[in-house]
Ligand binder design. Structure first.
Ligand SMILES: NC(=O)c1ccc[n+]([C@@H]2O[C@H](COP(=O)([O-])OP(=O)(O)OC[C@H]3O[C@@H](n4cnc5c(N)ncnc54)[C@H](O)[C@@H]3O)[C@@H](O)[C@H]2O)c1
Ligand SMILES: O=C(O)[C@H](O)COP(=O)(O)O
Length: 532
């Protein structure tokens, strides 16, 4: 039975959905990394928030794992290259907690403007320090949004409701979108120079790490207030502390920290700091949203093969999945046949689509052709890691969609080049079953299954009889026999399904048959994802 581990605290709805979809689920939040390592091998799916660190050390023990679902947005706690390498799909829930997090950023901005947490603590301590807590208005002030994606744009919208001016720095924000959002697109330096409040909403990347450091703060207005509800490392905490001490930064509101859980931090205790323990996504609405979404997405992947919001593989909707499934099998088979025929190092793989196939979502199909090509030569390759493996090996991959009409309603072709030769395999679907219809310009009609022999020979009388006799003498039973030839007397080829693997000695004997050009043993196992 398919089994999922929920490793962080998720709304109960997630477990309910997994069970409703026939998936066994264990809820074990708060385990240590060692404890997680001990049990991860039992699971096909792993659902996390930000607390669980999905490291290569954990993944090394994840022998069955097929999908990691992040109930939330940031995936910086998941080693995506390591997961991809192991063929594990990683997905997140990009919108479920955006409103909640934007509201937290706005709440933090208001808390900073009116020192609400400090005033609350003082008042409840019986001090009544009315003159100590002189605030600033938001009305008419400029908010600088760094990163104007889902959350940044909601913050911009809410800030405009408070009659603030909003300037945004985001290299990927188009002028049109900026106009639609009612924000002014500016450079980072311009934002720093103009903003009274700065709110960060970028992911953590090499470009955004430390984007607010001493140099950036030096470009800010005296008395700027900074809010970070995105990721800890975006702000250099030592530089912020110095700027809070000097008063250059009048206040900072931090929901996220370089090291979490942040039981200690150099910023803690500063009178102008407002801190929350990574609460951005913590509302019952957002947690319900992300739990529901992650469980649905993971169940769709594990049960139907549908892929939604994956970070490391192309999407396949739940509606597309059944339509693509027969093509997936065809894709794997043409890739596998071409690769098993090929000699020498692979240099390029071109996947061509014609007719109905060209109208499909072809990216996942191309990934499966790559899986089919690479699988005979290496273990543990699937449609998630095959494109990465191909890239690592400098194999050039191209996808071509032909508009031309052909004899067949739908065709998929793989053109595989090695250092010395080119191999072309073309297939179609008959009903929902894959059928090979051409090999290197020679027409043939064959289904690929189990153990097979691929034979090239001179087209002359007696060859087929001699081949059949040799197999029969060796006790090898022929299940099906497909033949094709270029023209009378030219080269011919056959694909022969046999009941058992051909022993090495028999292969050598077959090579000695008169007129034989080539004999290759093929195997189309039944344990690959696209085989069923
Ligand atoms: N505190 C929390 O609990 C909490 C909750 C949800 C999300 N987050 C974090 O908030 C961040 C934003 O989430 P989102 O859903 O808005 O993501 P998003 O992908 O929709 O938006 C991110 C934006 O950052 C922009 N960006 C990327 N590189 C940039 C750069 N170098 N300079 C400026 N802009 C850049 C992108 O173009 C994009 O528009 C993520 O890091 C996420 O993990 C935190
Ligand atoms: O990226 C996110 O979605 C947030 O950081 C939320 O993290 P959490 O799920 O651990 O609250």
């Amino acid at each position: 039975m398919v089994k999922v581990l929920i490793a962080d605290k998720l709304s109960e709805r997630a477990a309910e959905i997994f069970r409703e979809r026939g998936i066994e689920v264990d809820e074990k939040p708060g385990l240590s990394p060692e404890e997680q390592r001990e049990i991860i091998g039992e699971y096909d799916g792993l659902a996390v928030r930000s607390a669980t660190k999905v490291t290569p050390a954990l993944l090394e023990h994840a022998d069955r794992l097929r999908v990691i679902g992040r109930a939330g947005i940031g995936v910086d706690n998941i080693d995506i290259p390591a997961a991809t390498k192991r063929g594990i799909c990683v997905m997140n829930t990009p919108y479920g907690n955006s409103i909640t997090t934007a509201e937290h950023a706005v709440a933090m901005m208001m808390s900073l403007a009116r020192q609400i947490p400090q005033a609350d603590a003082s008042t409840q301590a019986g001090k009544w320090e009315k003159s100590r807590f002189m605030g600033v208005e938001l009305f008419g002030k400029t908010l600088g949004v760094i990163g104007c994606g889902n959350i940044g744009s909601i913050v911009a919208d809410r800030a405009q409701g408070l009659k603030m001016r909003v300037v945004a720095f985001d290299p990927y924000l188009t002028e049109d979108r900026a106009v639609n959002l009612g924000v002014e697109k500016v450079t980072l330096d311009e934002l720093l120079a103009r903003a009274d409040f700065i709110s960060l909403h970028t992911p953590m990347t090499d470009q955004t790490k430390g984007i607010i450091d001493a140099a950036a703060i030096a470009k800010c207005k005296e008395g700027v207030r900074i809010i970070n509800c995105a990721r800890g490392g975006l702000v250099v905490e030592e530089d912020l502390k110095a700027a809070l001490d000097s008063g250059r930064v009048a206040g900072a509101a931090m929901d996220v920290f370089v090291k979490e859980p942040a039981k200690e931090n150099i910023l803690f205790g500063h009178p102008n700091l407002v801190a929350t323990p990574h609460l951005g996504a913590s509302t019952s609405e957002a947690q319900e949203n992300v739990a529901l979404q992650v469980a649905e997405q993971m169940a769709d992947y594990l049960v139907l093969g549908a892929v939604t919001n994956a970070i490391n593989m192309p999407s396949v909707t739940a509606e597309e999945a059944p339509r693509l499934r027969p093509y997936m099998k065809l894709a794997e088979q043409i890739g596998s046949l071409a690769a098993q025929m090929a000699n020498g190092g692979l240099s390029s793989i071109q996947v061509e689509y014609e007719g109905h196939a060209a109208e499909l979502n072809t990216r996942p199909l191309t990934a499966i052709v790559l899986q089919g090509v690479l699988q005979p030569k290496m273990d543990s390759v699937n449609m998630v890691n095959a494109p990465v493996v191909a890239k690592e090996r400098d194999i050039d991959v191209a996808e071509v969609k032909h508009e031309r009409q052909s004899f067949y309603q739908s065709l998929m072709r793989v053109v595989l080049k090695t250092d010395s030769e080119t191999y072309t395999v073309t297939g179609t679907l008959f009903g929902h079953k894959p059928r090979i219809v051409e090999i290197d310009s020679i027409q043939i009609e064959a289904e690929l299954e189990g153990h097979m022999l691929y034979v090239e020979n001179d087209d002359k009388p007696g060859f087929i009889g001699n081949l059949g006799t040799a197999l029969g003498k060796a006790g090898v039973n022929i299940a099906t026999f497909a033949l094709g030839r270029a023209s009378r007397g030219a080269g011919a080829l056959s694909l022969i399904a046999i009941d058992d693997a051909v022993p090495e000695a028999l292969l050598k004997d077959l090579h000695k048959l008169d007129g034989v050009r080539r004999v290759t043993a093929l195997n189309f196992g039944t344990d690959s994802p696209a085989a069923g």
